[in-house]
Design a protein around this ligand. Structure first.
Ligand code: CA
Length: 228
């Protein structure tokens, strides 16, 4: 199972929305779509996307305002935002306003250009989705071939256990809430209980300990799990 990055497209023009969704899906991304700012914020509450394409001119809350809000929120400020705007004056304004957007593109832009900019952002924030090799102490994961090693011995993991470990290794030391792991590994459509996470963490620990990797995953009481 390849872990695909999820991109939220916020664009009020149906034709542009469709073109973006089509091209991003073809490039291997999962997409979520919003036609206005309020819907975008609502989707973000449900699940944090890995990247946001944000149109400047939107009905209701503007793209600029959404960008500002997200960049001051602790849980959303690290999500890369690429602003899309129709005119160069708007683009100048976006830059001048220091909204905290990570990148800007002026319409009409080439899809290859957009895909390149997206890649650049995700390589930084979600290396696990970009086929990178991740390492933490003796633990190593190749996200391209989906192979895992501990102290150079290869480990075979179930698909959920693999995805859990991948989430944890991307940000070692970070405490992941069960509900976050549930979203990230099982997806937002999954209507399961957080207890499911405990079961699979248990399985993952068991396999790791067979390879001498004891206490790699720490339980943080009342919060969740972290890689140590
Ligand atoms: Ca628009």
């Amino acid at each position: 199972m390849r872990i695909n990055a999820q991109i939220l497209i916020v664009e009020d023009e149906a034709a542009q929305q469709a073109v973006l969704a089509y091209n991003l899906t073809s490039a291997g991304y999962e997409t979520v779509q919003a036609v206005d700012g309020d819907k975008a914020l609502q989707l973000i509450e449900e699940q944090l996307p890995d990247l946001i394409l944000l149109d400047w001119m939107l009905p209701g809350t503007s793209g600029i305002e959404i960008c500002r809000q997200l960049k001051v929120r602790k849980d959303t400020q690290a999500i890369p935002i690429i602003m899309l705007s129709a005119r160069s004056e708007e683009l100048d304004k976006v830059r001048g306003l220091e909204t905290g957007a990570d990148d800007y593109l002026q319409k009409p832009y080439g899809i290859q250009e957009l895909l390149a900019r997206i890649k650049l952002q995700l390589k930084r924030t979600r290396p696990a989705t970009m086929g990178a090799e991740l390492q933490h102490d003796d633990l190593r994961m190749d996200t391209e071939t989906q192979r895992v090693w501990y102290a150079d011995r290869e480990i075979t993991l179930g698909r959920r256990e693999y995805a859990l470990l991948l989430a944890l290794i991307e940000q070692p030391g970070k405490v992941f809430k069960r509900v976050t792991l549930l979203d990230q590994v099982w997806g937002r459509e999954f209507d399961g209980e957080t207890r499911t996470v405990d079961v699979h963490i248990g399985r993952l620990r068991k396999v790791l300990s067979q390879f001498g990797a004891e206490d790699v995953i720490r339980t943080v009481r009342g919060s969740g799990y972290a890689l140590y």
